[in-house]
Design a protein around this ligand. Sequence first.
Ligand SMILES: [Mn+2]
Length: 296
Amino acid sequence: MCQYLPFYCQYPGRFIDGLPITDARDGPLTIYAVGDIQGCLQPLKRLLDNVNFDPGNDELWSVGDLVNRGPESLEVLRFCYSLGSHFRMVLGNHDLHLLAIAHGIGCPSRQDTLGSILAAPDRDELLYWLQQQPMLIADQGYVMVHAGIPPQWSLNKAKILAEEMNNVLRCDTKSLQFFEHMYGDNPDIWEDSLLPPERWRAITNYFTRMRFCSAKGHLELASKALPDSPPEGYAPWFRHPSMLPPGTNIIFGHWAALEGKSCGQNLFPLDTGYIWGGPLRMMNLNTTEYIHQAQL
Ligand SMILES: [Mn+2]
C-alpha cells in the first residue's frame, strides 16, 4: 500500500526527501497522524495513551485545525507546542482564522471558541509558533495537507507554492497583508500569473478549504453538498486525474462529511468529525493502521 515503507523500515530514523537524518534517537520511532482536533484535547490524550505514545521518541503529526469549536483550544495548542520537535503539523483554515483574529483582522463568529487563547498569558509564544507552521509536509513517504492538492498541480509545484506561503507567514509585513486579504472565495481558479494578495488567497484556499473542484481545478467553496452528490461540473478534488506521481500517499483532513470512508488506495482521510459527534481518528504511519477514539 505504501510504496516507501520498506525503505523507511530499513532505517528507523527520520528522512527529508528520502535522505536519512542522523539524530540521537534509538529504539523504534513510530509516527502517528491525527485528524482535525478542533479544541478536543481529551480524546487526543486517550488515543495517545492507547498507543503508549512516547513523547521522547515517537512523533505526532496533525492535519491542522488544532483549534476552534471544541472546549479546549488553548490546551490543545499548549499540548502540541510542548511536544517540541516531536510534533509536526500543517495549517488548517481554523488555525489561520485564529491567527487573523489575533492580528486584529478577522472577525470572531458566534461559533468560535478562541477567546481563551486570545486572553492567555502565553498567547504570543503560542501564536508565533503556530504561524511558523507549513501548509504542506512531504516526508517519510507521505504528503500531508489540511484539505487537499488540486488536480492541476504537480507535487513539485505544490511544494513550491507551500514554501511561498511559509515565507509569507514568516514575514511581518507580508503576513499582515496576507491576513488582511485572506477571506474570500475568489479567484476560483489557479493561474501562474496571479499576484499577491489574490495569489496567496488562492494557494491558501486550495490547501486549507478545498472540497469540490472541477477537473481543471476550479474551486467550489460554497457548496454544502455531500461528497457523493457534488454540484454539477464538480467532484471531490481527489476524484480527478492528478499531476501527482502515481501512488503518492496523501494524508488530509478538513472534510468530516467523508466520514473517513475510503477515498482511494493512497488517500488517508483523517477528519472523522469528532466535533460533529464522530470518532477522532489517528493513523500509524509506519503501518497505515487507523486507531479511533469514540465520543467521550
Ligand atoms: Mn478545516
